[in-house]
Design a protein around this ligand. Structure first.
Ligand code: AN7
Length: 359
């Protein structure tokens, strides 16, 4: 029997889940074998929070974020439709993924990013893959308005998650989790920015449930950063703020769909502070050995917060929880260096080194 959760022989999101995706034999599949990411048990975190916790480590995709799942679909369909160029606004990861998949497809890629507000690793990716990178004097929301207008008027395909193929590709994350666990988890914790990913996961869980692949669906638990929490506040945030630059978004494109995912699943969309994000970010790295980017830790910060509030207190059995770690920690090395213990400079003398180590 074919085991989709096994990495060896993994054929990428489109080939693995072709029957669930709007592709045909004519679709030129642009892939770097994305998806098939590990669902890692988190024993220490599990013990700490009193739930059975797994980490879906999306930082192990080809461009080191979950965006590749949607981008393989968006770029394949753009090429199928004869498009010669794509455009996106980005807080970093979408631009990195669009740039890489466009390079692979041999088409032009234009990315609009907020000047000085995206993590270094992501900027380096967009640049080295040869995208035209335009840093705008504005934020992500301004950039998204601009690319929507341009793609509406000119023959250049929008590859933000307003492009429905992005959502189609990203729903594969839910399929993989069910394939790996043999059932849906009870809860899924994840960050929310432009809200495409929570929309996609919910679509995936619903489809697997309807097709009989999972008996249940998880409660969707989405977390925004406190300074960028439009869905929680119920109104757009003009000048969003957070150190988790990936989710520094004040007017999410999939706002309504995220609310639907929350309400249909019986979950929540709430917020966590930057301090809580940093605590979770460091905890994952130190306790579980998993290095994700700050935005990814927002979901884990939410899990900690909800456990501490006694959210799972009345459960009859230990709840099964999956946290989506959306991007790799190396995307934003500056943040790690800022929040970790600084390395000490020591003379190259054996006695001094021994003293430092305590030998
Ligand atoms: C690591 O790259 O919006 O709620 O332009 O990079 O689907 O937006 C990135 C978002 C979470 C939020 N974690 O996902 C972009 C962009 C990471 C991210 C999110 C993003 P959505």
């Amino acid at each position: 029997m074919h085991q989709p959760a096994v990495r060896a022989g993994w054929r990428g999101v489109i080939e693995e889940y072709r029957r669930f995706l709007p592709v045909s034999e004519q679709t030129p599949v642009v892939t770097m074998l994305e998806g098939g990411t590990p669902l890692i048990e988190a024993p220490r975190l599990s013990e700490r929070v009193g739930a059975k916790v797994w980490l879906k480590f999306e930082g192990l995709n080809p461009t080191c974020s979950f965006k590749d799942r949607g981008m393989t679909m968006a770029i394949s369909k753009a090429v199928e439709e004869g498009s010669k160029a794509v455009i996106c606004a980005s807080t970093g990861n979408t631009s990195a993924s669009a740039a890489a998949y466009s390079a692979r497809a041999g088409i032009k890629c234009v990315v609009l990013i907020p000047e000085g507000a995206i993590a270094l690793g992501k900027l380096s990716q967009a640049m080295i893959h040869g995208a035209q990178v335009l840093q705008i004097k504005g934020n992500f929301d301004d950039a998204l308005e601009l690319v929507k207008e341009i793609s509406g008027k000119y023959p250049i395909t929008l590859v933000n998650s307003l492009n429905p193929y992005r959502i189609e590709g990203q729903k594969s994350g839910a399929f993989e989790i069910v394939d790996a666990l043999g059932e849906a988890p009870d809860y899924q914790f994840m960050p929310v920015g432009n809200a495409g990913n929570i929309t996609a996961y919910w679509k995936g869980y619903k489809e697997y449930n309807e097709k009989g692949k999972a008996k249940t669906r998880p409660k969707m638990m989405g977390f925004q950063a406190e300074g960028s929490a439009p869905i929680v506040l119920g109104h757009p945030v003009k000048d969003p703020k957070t150190l988790a630059t990936a989710i520094k978004i004040g007017n999410p494109a999939s706002w309504k769909q995220a609310e639907a995912a929350r309400d249909e699943s019986g979950g929540v969309i709430d917020m966590v502070s930057d301090d809580e994000i940093v605590v979770a970010y460091k905890m994952l790295a130190k306790m579980e050995g998993v290095f994700c980017e700050p935005a990814s830790a927002a979901g884990v910060a939410g899990l900690k917060k909800y456990i501490e509030k006694g959210y799972f207190a009345n459960q009859s059995s230990v709840p099964k929880v999956v946290c989506i770690l959306t991007g790799h920690g190396l995307k934003d090395p500056d943040r790690a260096i800022k929040v970790a213990i600084q390395p000490k400079v020591v003379e190259a003398k054996i006695d001094l080194i021994k003293k430092e180590i305590g030998l």
